[in-house]
Design a protein around this ligand. Structure first.
Ligand SMILES: Cc1cc2nc3c(=O)[nH]c(=O)nc-3n(C[C@H](O)[C@H](O)[C@H](O)COP(=O)(O)OP(=O)(O)OC[C@H]3O[C@@H](n4cnc5c(N)ncnc54)[C@H](O)[C@@H]3O)c2cc1C
Length: 487
């Protein structure tokens, strides 16, 4: 198996998009088969060497960054093994990127619906973080699309976990040939969720591994469900005079329960201001924007446009003032506009030499307005009290309003603002937990959000996660420092 110990090569594996620094590793395994993954696991298990899986390195929480030991990169495990157009599923190695899978299945007239924005992320990374994107509103997160996973464990065993098989019994215990244990004694929240190990009554073992962030086993093969490609889509970015108007627009539209809407995305005033140098045609003044995508059929465009026009007018916006995606070029431009948001923000964190400080909170639908008000009240109060302007603490709220899930990014442009930013983030976390929400809806916990996970599940919940980890990885070599403390 290919192994690298050259420090210059190792350096390339010490980063992701969290800006977390301080990582180190003695070497990198680059396996090309399941047998080579097993070989790497056996070596590390024998020497109790920590082993961190690294994939596309697009994660936002430092999950793939090693703090000692070896890295196992899935870069060379990048084959699409099968696309079954008839039964609508695909089987891939974990290092296949979203882009590669989407292109391959689209040639068969099919779609892999989860749409986490970053296309260079891998399927293995998506499974490990239970990633989701805008289209989660209609199609759900990665979890919903996993039919089967193959998992390799440090003791040399491997599991082939088919959804619907290997489920917990009526006492919520898994009874497997080598081990038996009960599922975590907490329940995952009903919101979209990627915080810690999944737990639900009579759950399947496959669901324990989805979202486990490389801490329980290595995902070596993935079978995903596919759907027929969307017939035709219509995109719209509408601009609103107030945030409240934008939110009311979304909630009224959602109340119609139209199953053809793929996503609703929200951008606040600061998001738009951040993008305005690159997008000088952004309408001003404008306090918020909403981006929707809807599946339409040829011939009914006019009916949809009329109905959107009416709803927009009612909430202080207009179709004339909106950006429309009616053809491939316009849609591509809007997708780029959407993708530019996290890219710009990640660049701002980089410039500020700050570890990414961004919430990933989702709350129950009936609590969304309360959460948004809390963000705004606290941000205004904190900035007023500290006499801080946007030049000192920049806050950007954007994200998946369809799923009651926004990211609040807190960029401390001056070092003195960092403590304030951190305490604001913690107050958001506590509020979300009090409302029955999650501290991570899609990015996972990694190394930088463990304190938030504790707020959500308490010390007992974390102890439950450690109990589960010990079942699969008794020497604590895998993904050390992700989800539960390194020691
Ligand atoms: C611009 C931008 C936009 C983004 N937008 C979204 C978004 O809309 N939605 C979203 O959910 N995320 C988003 N992300 C975050 C990121 O793309 C996801 O977290 C993604 O799932 C990470 O995949 P990766 O291949 O890059 O994994 P990495 O970052 O390399 O690793 C992530 C975690 O998965 C583990 N892992 C990876 N492969 C395996 C495996 N085979 N077995 C076991 N563990 C494994 C790693 O150990 C690590 O803990 C965005 C990131 C960027 C930079």
């Amino acid at each position: 198996m290919l192994k690298k110990t050259d420090p210059a090569i190792i350096k390339g594996y010490l980063e992701d998009s969290s800006n977390l620094t301080g990582g180190s590793a003695d070497g990198v395994y680059l396996p090309e088969s399941e047998a080579e993954i097993a070989e790497a696991l056996a070596e590390c298990a024998a020497n109790k060497t920590p082993l961190t899986v690294s994939a596309g390195q697009t994660g936002t929480t430092g999950g793939c960054i090693p703090f000692g030991g070896w890295v196992l990169s899935t870069q060379k495990l990048n084959k699409i093994l099968n696309i079954d157009a008839e039964q609508k599923f695909a089987v891939v190695q974990p290092g296949v990127t979203l882009d590669e899978l989407e292109k391959a299945v689209s040639k068969e007239g099919l779609l892999y619906p989860p749409d986490p924005t970053e296309k260079t992320a891998t399927l293995g990374g998506n499974v490990a973080t239970n990633a989701s994107g805008g289209r989660c509103y209609r199609f759900g997160s990665t979890r919903n699309w996993i039919r089967r996973l193959k998992i390799a464990l440090p003791d040399g065993t491997s599991y082939n976990l088919k959804r619907g098989l290997m489920t917990a019994n009526n006492k919520d215990e898994f009874v497997l040939p080598q081990l038996s244990f009960s599922r975590p004694r907490y329940l995952a929240p009903g919101t979209k969720n990627s915080a810690g190990y999944f737990s639900a009554p009579r759950m399947g073992l496959v669901d324990l591994f989805i979202g486990s962030e490389g801490t329980l086993g290595i995902v070596t093969e993935i079978e995903v469900a596919l759907v027929p490609a969307l017939k035709q889509t219509f995109d719209l970015v509408a601009f609103f005079p107030t945030e409240e108007a934008a939110v009311n627009f979304v909630f009224e539209s959602k109340s119609k329960k139209d199953a053809t809407i793929n996503f609703y995305e929200f951008f606040d005033e600061n998001t738009l201001q951040m993008l305005s140098p690159s997008y000088p045609l952004l309408p001003t003044p404008c306090k918020a924007a909403i981006y929707i995508e809807q599946e339409i059929t040829a011939g009914n465009e006019k009916a949809y446009l009329d109905s959107w026009a009416q709803l927009l007018e009612k909430h202080g916006a207009s179709l004339e003032n909106s950006w429309l995606g009616m053809n491939a070029k316009q849609k591509e431009d809007l997708t780029k506009f959407r993708h530019a948001i996290p890219e710009h923000i990640n660049e701002m964190f980089k410039q500020a030499h700050q570890v990414k400080l961004a919430t990933d909170i989702a709350v129950p639908e009936d609590k969304f307005r309360e959460m948004l008000k809390f963000y705004n009240d606290e941000l205004r109060r904190a900035c007023r009290q500290a006499g801080m302007t946007n030049d000192e603490l920049m806050y950007i709220k954007f994200g998946h309003i369809g799923d009651n899930h926004l990211h609040v990014n807190l960029v401390a442009k001056k070092p003195e603002s960092l403590d304030k930013a951190k305490s604001l983030a913690l107050s958001f976390i506590r509020k979300a937990v009090s409302l029955g929400g999650t501290v991570s809806a899609e990015h996972g916990i990694g190394k930088i959000k463990r304190d938030y996970l504790k707020e959500m599940y308490g010390a007992t919940g974390i102890a439950e996660m450690v109990r589960i980890k010990k079942e699969f990885d008794p020497a604590f070599i895998l993904g050390r420092g992700n989800i539960s403390p390194a020691k």
